[in-house]
Ligand binder design. Structure first.
Ligand SMILES: CC(C)(COP(=O)(O)OP(=O)(O)OC[C@H]1O[C@@H](n2cnc3c(N)ncnc32)[C@H](O)[C@@H]1OP(=O)(O)O)[C@@H](O)C(=O)NCCC(=O)NCCS
Length: 132
């Protein structure tokens, strides 16, 4: 998977149970994956269509370092679906543990907000890669 972004969980990011608030995690995943989708599709005009089942596997506490990774799952005509992981990172052992994962679909849009095709060269590049 490709490294996308890292975050440190601060006290301001916690929810009422002392764990990272889930909405903050979703925001970070959306930002990281949305950036990846825009980069791959060579356009800033990508919107989030769908966030699939989100699994919060492990609690994230204040002071934890998180690394977010993404991978292309599929590319359609106007949409791209990415698999995204957030992993807690131990700077001493360099061990990474998945704390949250999901799949997210982004759609390329035009100026009026309508879905438009992802460039053919991008599709060809990834169709070849995904076939391997
Ligand atoms: C994204 C949006 C433009 C799509 O409009 P639409 O009329 O549904 O467009 P389409 O029917 O042509 O579908 C677009 C793509 O989404 C896919 N799609 C539609 N519903 C889907 C679903 N439930 N699950 C997965 N993919 C879906 C279609 O298969 C198509 O992909 P493809 O061309 O690769 O096959 C529209 O839904 C929208 O503006 N949503 C709001 C986006 C937003 O504000 N996001 C939050 C902030 S970024």
């Amino acid at each position: 998977m490709e490294f996308l972004m890292q975050k440190i969980c601060m006290v301001k990011d916690l929810g009422v149970h002392g764990n990272l608030f889930g909405g903050n995690m979703l925001s970070w995943l959306d930002e990281a994956a949305g950036t990846m989708a825009a980069d791959i599709c060579r356009t800033p005009n990508m919107v989030t269509l769908k966030i699939s089942e989100v699994i919060f596997r492990k609690a994230v506490k204040s002071g934890f370092l998180l690394k977010i990774y993404g991978d292309v799952e599929s590319i359609g005509n106007t949409s791209i679906t990415l698999h995204v992981d957030a992993r807690k990172y131990n700077v001493i052992s360099q061990e990474e543990t998945v704390v949250c994962s999901t799949k997210m679909t982004f759609v390329r849009i035009d100026e009026s907000g309508e879905a438009v095709p992802i460039p053919q060269m991008v599709k060809e590049k990834y169709h070849d890669k995904l076939r391997k």
